[in-house]
Write a protein that binds this ligand. Structure first.
Ligand SMILES: Cc1cc2nc3c(=O)[nH]c(=O)nc-3n(C[C@H](O)[C@H](O)[C@H](O)COP(=O)(O)OP(=O)(O)OC[C@H]3O[C@@H](n4cnc5c(N)ncnc54)[C@H](O)[C@@H]3O)c2cc1C
Length: 392
């Protein structure tokens, strides 16, 4: 059992040795329900529509920075959607549209699963080895440094990095998304794979071009200080291309088994649970299994084998530890490093469904609770965001 009373960095250093990558450090974005509730209480999206893509100076940014909490359902999409109901119309609509992009990512991943690691609709460079970020360019260096030190980026600079890696430098997007996934506190396969596929053109056929123009518009202070200012490698936009289509996957247009993708609509009771087991996809106080059993001890098991393979940054592990420490002030909580699926097999647990392929590894759980969808998936098309959105 992990002793959560120790300093977070000490725990990472002592117990997660060999299981994380990069420097030992924590993000300025704190994990936990308490921090999430404070961020939501302070949320003011006035001006969001105009400022969500601003990069520098940081004081001009309009992004909410709620994504690490939303990704882990510490804040549910529904709760955040409701929280902006009195915001100015234009800002509220734009912000809610972005929440729906998150929901779309979840629907798509629930539907196609690991198929999202392959080019979805168009042929983009997926596999070529290399590193697509030349850090002698100040714009690239600044953004890579931000994600490495703080584990978070605005949407605009995520697009810069993905485009620069694959569209400009012709390195396989799968490797770039993996590198970003390791660093992002909000890293999810659903949203990260979607973000990369859509930026490099695998989702739309039209790659997003990154050039000096965006840097001067969104982070005007950078170009003047850049050592390559007079020999800018991204002075012009990359040539526009239309990518060839890949064979249509029928799953994109129709889901033959929605309940398998979306999980149960009401709890399934098979035995009396002794523990509530939390997963990485549901770490909030409103986790349905947690709410159903206020008296039961709570368990979280860090998946050692997965961490060994993924080599997430210490900031991500720190975010999880902070979240668990915070919950342990309200609930009897035990955290382990081991195998969550073995724990669920060997103990009687109540758990909340998660719409991710690995959830299938949980077998015969005592109680299975429904996932908190913003809109429950239907069997209709997930080929494009606009078609999907119209059907919501
Ligand atoms: C290459 C690339 C990789 C990405 N990887 C991730 C990822 O791993 N995890 C992740 O949560 N988001 C990812 N995104 C989406 C988006 O960039 C982030 O959700 C957003 O920047 C988070 O900042 P915020 O909370 O301030 O967002 P805000 O602009 O304040 O938006 C509010 C919320 O809406 C959702 N949202 C906003 N934009 C998007 C979007 N384009 N797609 C999906 N959801 C969105 C997020 O939940 C976000 O917290 C990625 C985008 C790209 C282009």
């Amino acid at each position: 059992m992990l002793d959560l009373s120790r300093d977070t960095l000490e725990i990472i250093k002592q117990d997660f040795d060999g299981l994380f990558s990069g420097e030992l450090g924590l993000s300025s974005i704190k994990g936990g329900q308490t921090a999430a509730d404070t961020a939501l209480a302070n949320l003011d999206i006035t001006g969001y529509a105009n400022r969500r893509s601003e990069v520098l100076p940081r004081s001009k940014r309009g992004a909410s920075v709620l994504s690490p909490y939303i990704r882990h359902n510490i804040l549910t999409l529904d709760e955040v959607h409701r929280a902006v109901k009195t915001a100015p119309y234009k800002d509220r609509e734009k912000f809610r549209d972005e929440l729906f992009w998150q929901e779309y990512a979840r629907h798509l991943y629930a539907r196609v699963g690991t198929r999202l690691f392959e080019n979805l609709r168009f042929e983009a460079n997926r596999n070529a080895e290399g590193n697509g970020w030349n850090r002698e360019m100040l714009c690239v260096d600044e953004v890579v440094s931000e994600v490495e030190t703080d584990g978070w980026l605005v949407n605009q600079t995520r697009m810069w990095l993905a485009s620069h890696w694959t569209v400009r430098n012709d390195v396989g997007w799968l490797h770039g998304q993996e590198q970003m996934y390791r660093e992002l506190l909000d890293g999810s396969r659903a949203a990260n794979l979607l973000g990369w596929q859509w930026t490099v053109g695998a989702g739309t056929g039209k790659p997003y071009g990154f050039a000096r123009w965006q840097v001067e518009k969104r982070a005007p202070e950078l170009c003047g200080q850049c050592p390559l200012s007079n020999a800018c490698p991204i002075q012009e936009f990359p040539d526009e291309v239309s990518l060839p289509q890949v064979a249509t996957d029928s799953l994109l247009t129709h889901d033959p088994d929605v309940d398998l993708s979306a999980g149960p609509t009401s709890p399934i009771y098979s035995a009396v649970p002794e523990f509530v087991l939390l997963t990485i996809d549901s770490l909030g106080d409103a986790d349905p299994a947690l709410v159903a059993h206020p008296e039961l001890p709570v368990v979280f098991v860090f998946n050692g084998e997965a961490l060994q393979k993924l080599q997430l940054s210490s900031k991500r592990i720190g975010f999880y530890l902070e979240t668990l420490k915070d919950l342990s002030t309200r609930r009897d909580l035990q955290a382990f490093l081991g195998n969550p699926y073995d724990f669920a097999r060997d103990n009687s647990v109540a758990v909340t469904f998660a719409p991710v392929p690995s959830f299938k590894k949980f077998q015969n759980v005592a109680e299975l609770h429904p996932y908190p969808w913003l809109k429950r998936p239907s069997s209709g098309s997930v080929r494009s965001f606009s078609a999907w959105r119209k059907a919501q």
